[in-house]
Design a protein around this ligand. Sequence first.
Ligand code: NAD
Length: 283
Amino acid sequence: MVLLDGKTLAKEKRENLKKKVEELKKKEGIIPGLAIIRVGNDPASEIYVRNKLKACQEVGIYAVEKHFNEEVNEQEIIDMIEFFNQDKTIDGILVQSPLPKNLDEKKIVSYILGSKDVDGFGIDNLGHLLANQEQVLAATPLGILNLLKEYKIPIASKKVLIIGRSQIVGRPLAIMFLNRDATVTIAHSKTKNLKELTLQADILISAVGHPRFITEDMVKEGTVCIDVGINRENGHVIGDMDFEKIKEKASYITPVPGGVGPMTIVTLLENVYELALKRKKEK
Ligand code: NAD
């Protein structure tokens, strides 16, 4: 078994990106900029945003957070998005999910200009993805593909099973694999006989959010196992897969923590940089 070491790869990528950001600043006078909008006091979101801001700072990306309390009305957030849409120092805008239930997240996110939709969640970027004309790709799925690429794991013709159909992981990831010629199956909460599907997968991806959801008997010998899940148990972060047992069968496996998570953050930073390069072209 080979460990898919997202932590180390993400560190290398951050160092590399830092150099590119410095160069862009020196040669073009451009500092890539990210705006993050956060609403309410969800503790996980607070940590995620803090980590994103810190990571931006490390590589020299300008990052600003606008935090609203739960009582904010939709229009105030939309006005803030419109402001960042016009702000020439900002290349990417993201709204930290989840928003409080009284707010229409899809509607709010739709106000982010397609050209600044750094998360790739907007209809424009999703449409391009579906049409196999990929533009900005969501950070978690793209981070997974970059991890597979680094380890030279082939995708074309492979049977890929993705468990989870969220807007941020499962759906876009499925289309990305399809665009790279995999045979893709998506499983979700209404799927029956899941084990029949998992046992056929060459590449198995779990994005469910239940500890030990994938047990050893569900995995065939030699499968590439990608664990997206983040679950907290007795003060520890664990994934969806029963790692200690599954690692004996897998050809490759991501640890949690240290697998997909760090790749997500660095991929977001890379997306901000790529959008800043477009600013350069428009100058
Ligand atoms: P979600 O929480 O919106 O939905 C979970 C998905 O699991 C749904 O699509 C549902 O259909 C599916 N599911 C639930 N029960 C199932 C069952 N019994 N059988 C098959 N499918 C079932 O999904 P999400 O936002 O993509 O998050 C999933 C997990 O991934 C969470 O633990 C989250 O914290 C984690 N996550 C990690 C990263 C990262 O960077 N590592 C990024 C995003 C999400």
